[in-house]
Design a protein around this ligand. Sequence first.
Ligand SMILES: [Zn+2]
Length: 147
Amino acid sequence: MTAPHLLLVLIPTTALTFLFSWLQKLAGVPLSFEVRYWTSFPIAFVVSIVVAWPLARIFRVPPLMIFSGPCPDCRRRPPGWWAAPGTGDKLTLQCGNCGERVELWLKKPSQPSDAGFAVPSYALRAPKFLGLWRRIDMEPPQRKRHG
Ligand SMILES: [Zn+2]
């Protein structure tokens, strides 16, 4: 969790909380501002997690890696992943425990051959901002059935 991550969630959450509170008022919800605010907050927070990813891509902020891992080599969830500078759509990460290199695709490679998986490779799963990932270099190749 870094300051950009915090801002990418806090700013939309605050804006949306006020927006939802205001919409409740427009809809004639007979509640005080405080109650409307705190009922809007959880919804605004969830929406912000979804909205944060496109914003993060614009500002080139990597995903929050709290749910990523475990490392394919040491099988542990490292305290951190070191990122090497890479192209826009792919991050090269190094395990903070054992130094194993993995690749994290920020958008799904269009074809497996594009990826040329030289190291364990992952793609993000929704909500992508949280850094949930799934392995993509060990998916069984699609076989044509004869018959
Ligand atoms: Zn490791």
